[in-house]
Design a protein around this ligand. Structure first.
Ligand code: PLP
Length: 397
């Protein structure tokens, strides 16, 4: 009889006999078999046991049924380049443009929004035009700038660990590109519409040659009613554009599709760096189909909100504070190095996020899996953080 991952974790949680998973990870399965003789699946996870992977802000549910149906329907078209297939790059661009009541010139699609971020740095920064970003934000633009030898200005985060817009605005003067992640990864915090508009207006007036990339990768997960997409601002101000992805709420990280929306001139500059044939037919088909299925996103957001709240309640109940997450991950003050926490969790097959300087000595980023996964993961967190299991158990309904 094989033991499922969940059953295995339950076994661990209930204190059943046998070596702790920490031991299994440290010594390896084969070594243990050698030491202890024949092991039953009751004490060793099966070789194919998967993990609770809450490290990369992925949607644990995957693409919705409409997207999966579209993939099936386009599978036999996979021999075609995206410009020759039944669904093309232009179709997707068109579909996205319609959604924003914009024109195709206002949209650039890419194999994931990572390419948008990277190409934005290439298109809009240079030796005399630095990149500006918050100190604790998504690292891709800063890494890209460093790779190309472009100067970078990073501003400290605000006391709530969110992006300090005043500091960002100050640093923006004379910059080539400002990277403004809203909601911010890894802190999960958002800025509301009025604040974003004030920031944009200031930069556009005081530094008209500075471009602003507002990364909305986690847009769909926001529950703060005062938040709004900056798409409208992107179509109004020539130096502003947004980045979006199908990798998060749409559950398509492995299908690779993202896009930017902004003024035609900025989008033409960005498009010049576009990878030829970077997109794929299945990703295009799934993305277009999923835009016609808003009910899936609604369901996914409700699911994430419930699991996020469960996890936040667990930490709050045990005295650990977290930022105000508006995303599918949380940023928790665990009062110990993230590495130590991460490695301890990994020994129980729970994978949490990487280090996020300058908070890597105190905070961990934990992505939100299914509610069931979060119930199991919090049991492991309780063990790792030294919270009594009885307390942790009473958390669950
Ligand atoms: N932007 C942010 C804020 C992210 O967190 C990520 C991925 O985690 C990306 C962009 C890139 O996503 P993708 O390339 O899958 O669209």
């Amino acid at each position: 009889m094989t033991l499922t991952r969940r059953a295995f974790l339950r076994t661990v949680g209930s204190g059943a006999g046998g070596p702790a998973p920490a031991v299994i990870t440290a010594r390896g399965r084969e070594a243990l078999v050698g030491e202890l003789g024949v092991l039953t699946s009751a004490i060793v996870p099966p070789a194919d046991a998967d993990e609770i992977r809450i490290s990369s802000n992925e949607n644990p549910m995957g693409p919705g049924p409409t997207a999966i149906q579209a993939i099936r329907e386009h599978f036999d078209d996979s021999n075609r380049y995206p410009m020759n297939a039944r669904i093309t790059d232009t179709d997707a661009q068109d579909r996205i443009a319609k959604m924003y009541q914009a024109r195709v010139e206002n949209v650039v699609i890419a194999p994931g929004s990572s390419e948008i971020l990277r190409n934005a740095v290439r298109a809009f920064t240079g030796p005399d035009r630095p990149l500006v970003s918050a100190e604790c934000s998504y690292e891709n633009p800063v890494r890209t700038a460093e790779f190309f030898g472009t100067p970078v200005k990073q501003v400290p985060n605000a006391p709530d660990l969110g992006i300090d817009l005043e500091k960002l605005a100050g640093a923006a003067l004379g910059a080539g590109l400002v990277f403004f992640c809203n909601p911010n990864n890894p802190t999960g915090t958002v800025h509301v519409r009025e604040d974003v508009e004030e920031f944009v207006r200031f930069v556009a007036k005081e530094s008209p040659y500075t471009y602003i990339l507002i990364d909305e990768a986690y847009h769909d997960y926001v529950t703060n009613p005062r938040y709004q997409t900056s798409a409208e601002l992107a179509l109004k101000y020539r130096n502003v554009f947004i980045g979006r992805t199908f990798s998060k709420a749409y559950g398509m990280a492995g299908l690779r599709l993202g896009y930017a929306v902004g003024g035609a001139e900025a989008m033409a500059k960005l498009r010049a760096y576009k990878l030829t044939f970077g997109t794929n037919v299945l990703g295009l088909a799934a993305a277009c189909a999923s835009l016609d299925d808003p009910a899936y996103i609604e369901k996914e957001v409700a699911r994430n909100t419930e699991a996020r709240q469960y996890t936040l309640d667990f930490f709050a109940k045990h005295g650990f504070s977290a930022t105000d997450s508006q995303t599918n991950f949380i940023f928790v003050e665990i009062n110990r190095p993230a590495k130590e926490f991460r490695e301890a969790c990994a020994k129980f097959n729970v994978q949490v996020g990487r280090d996020f300087p300058p908070y890597e000595k105190t905070h961990a980023r934990i992505s939100i899996g299914t509610l069931d996964e979060m119930k199991q993961a919090t049991e492991i967190f309780a063990q790792v953080l030294g919270i009594s299991t009885t307390d942790a158990g009473s958390d669950r309904s």
